[in-house]
Design a protein around this ligand. Structure first.
Ligand SMILES: Cc1cc2nc3c(=O)[nH]c(=O)nc-3n(C[C@H](O)[C@H](O)[C@H](O)COP(=O)(O)OP(=O)(O)OC[C@H]3O[C@@H](n4cnc5c(N)ncnc54)[C@H](O)[C@@H]3O)c2cc1C
Length: 456
């Protein structure tokens, strides 16, 4: 008998650690409720993980087995289970965030374990330790072979039953349906309705309202919880790519595969830099003069900055636990550049609110936006007016999330921070004045970051 220890890999299909265990011996699947890990993530994501656990248990029961759930110190729980079932080895998939790594080390020191790389297509350890930009990473990454989906042997699952309940937890937002089947259905929908136009539609913010699944996949909550395997996604996208009958279709599918490489790089960064969630990745010669104004930070969180794009994005986060990638970039840029609030505060807030919070993607993306990460541009500042004009000129996304602006003409919404106070007041008396001046804030950010970089 072996034990397979589930963590953020709440699925049977394409689970490499489970495949390795079931290829070796009869396997007992377990999940450990560890407050130091699940207690540190936001309530919304925790509720989604618990819903996923219930689905996973149903899958095991369907195969005549069960998911054994234990709460408490993971080493103590695993030690007891190993003794009770006379298990030889504890298998698990390697996770890279610092808390999980520390936990894995403790368990490796005390029990016979085998860990397997599963989270990424390419094992982060096989690539160079440091790339300065995504394109350098991508050049190497794309030449490496990507493994086929793993196939656990469900015949080898232990015949057991366990009644330990999954804790009940309701989220304050509507969650996507959890579990592998829901993830697979969503991906199938995207393969049918979205992947062939993905490059053309992924930045269209009005589609975030009109075609939320399709213009992008919205698989991030499932990937972050490990409810679908990355090799399974890659294989299906690759099959579509290889059977596509037009260059334009191939270009769109290729863009989807390319976006997955960002996630791969972010894991590679976290693997090589365990401090990525807390320390600047880039060596910056001078301190960044963060303002960290508490009132402005609160206004940002509440979606009350008077910048329509920023407020719509933050309100989508509040209402759905998700933000489309384009506004996600903009709200992060506005916080770290226009308001000069330290990226760590924004990243922590996202970790609390996102259902798709992922330790690698979140910290690496915040650092990229804050110019402390791997962006090849020294100081990039997203201009919320230009961005809105380019990606939502009819203000469809804005009107969906900022009702105060529903009756205002789109061109006025796009230009909102440039209008006079009197005009703003007349057009939408309920909406807010911008909390910072667009040009002053932009120039201040430029100055502060150039100084930090030693360019001034
Ligand atoms: C400040 C900031 C914080 C972020 N925090 C997270 C986070 O906590 N969790 C998270 O999964 N993503 C995060 N992202 C990346 C990106 O915004 C989301 O992955 C994407 O919007 C999820 O929507 P989707 O599944 O429809 O993506 P799709 O466009 O359909 O892409 C499919 C998958 O590819 C990966 N992917 C796509 N774009 C990126 C990207 N730019 N960087 C990394 N991976 C990508 C994701 O796993 C995504 O689910 C963050 C981005 C920014 C700018």
């Amino acid at each position: 008998m072996d034990v397979f220890w589930h963590q953020r890999d709440l699925r049977i299909a394409d689970n490499r650690g489970l495949a390795a265990a079931t290829a070796n011996d009869t396997t007992l699947a377990v999940y450990l409720l560890d407050n130091r890990v699940v207690g540190s993530i936001g309530e919304r994501q925790r509720a989604f993980l618990y819903a996923g656990l219930r689905q996973l248990r149903a899958e095991y029961r369907h195969h005549g087995s069960d998911l054994v759930i234990r709460a408490g110190d993971p080493l103590e729980q695993l030690t007891e289970l190993v003794a009770a079932y006379d298990a030889e080895t504890v298998y698990y998939n390697t996770h890279y965030n610092p808390a999980r790594r520390a936990r894995q080390r403790r368990i490796n020191d005390a029990l016979p374990t085998k860990s397997v790389g599963d989270l990424t297509l390419v094992d982060p350890a096989v690539l160079d330790a440091s790339y300065r930009s995504h394109s350098q990473f991508y050049n190497d990454w794309q030449t490496l072979e990507k493994p086929a989906p793993a196939r656990p042997n469900t015949e080898a699952l232990a015949t057991v039953s366990d009644e330990t309940p999954v804790p009940p937890l309701e989220a304050a937002v509507e969650l996507p349906e959890a579990g592998y089947q829901a993830a697979r259905d969503r991906y199938d929908q995207f393969l049918d309705d979205g992947i062939e136009t993905y490059n053309d539609t992924r930045d269209d913010m009005h589609l975030a309202v009109e075609q939320p699944i399709g213009a992008v996949s919205r698989l991030s909550p499932y990937l972050a919880a490990g409810m679908i395997g990355i090799r399974e996604l890659w294989a299906a996208a690759t099959e579509r790519y290889e059977t596509a009958n037009a260059d334009s279709v191939r270009r769109n599918i290729e863009k989807f595969r390319y976006e997955l490489s960002w996630r791969e790089q972010n894991y590679h960064l976290l693997y090589n830099n365990p401090n990525l969630p807390t320390e600047n990745y880039k060596q910056i010669p001078n301190p960044i003069a963060w303002e960290n104004d508490p009132d402005q930070f609160e206004a940002w969180k509440a979606g009350r900055t008077g910048y329509p794009l920023v407020d719509a994005g933050m309100r989508q986060l509040e209402q759905e636990g998700y933000i489309h990638n384009r506004p996600r970039q903009n709200v992060a840029s506005f916080l770290t550049k226009h308001l000069l609030v330290d990226w760590r505060k924004g990243a922590d807030y996202f970790a609390e609110k996102l259902v798709d919070f992922d330790p690698a993607n979140n910290s690496a993306s915040w650092q990229w936006i804050a110019s402390t990460g791997t962006d090849s541009v020294d100081v990039r500042i997203f201009d919320p007016v230009a961005q809105l004009s380019k990606y939502d000129d009819q203000a469809v996304y804005i009107k969906a999330y900022v009702p105060e602006l529903r009756d205002v003409a789109a061109e006025k919404i796009v230009d909102w921070p440039n209008l006079s106070t009197a005009e703003r007041d007349e057009l939408a008396p309920e909406y807010l004045e911008p909390i910072v001046d667009r040009n002053t804030a932009y120039e201040r950010a430029q100055r502060v970051f150039e100084q930090a970089l030693g360019n001034q």
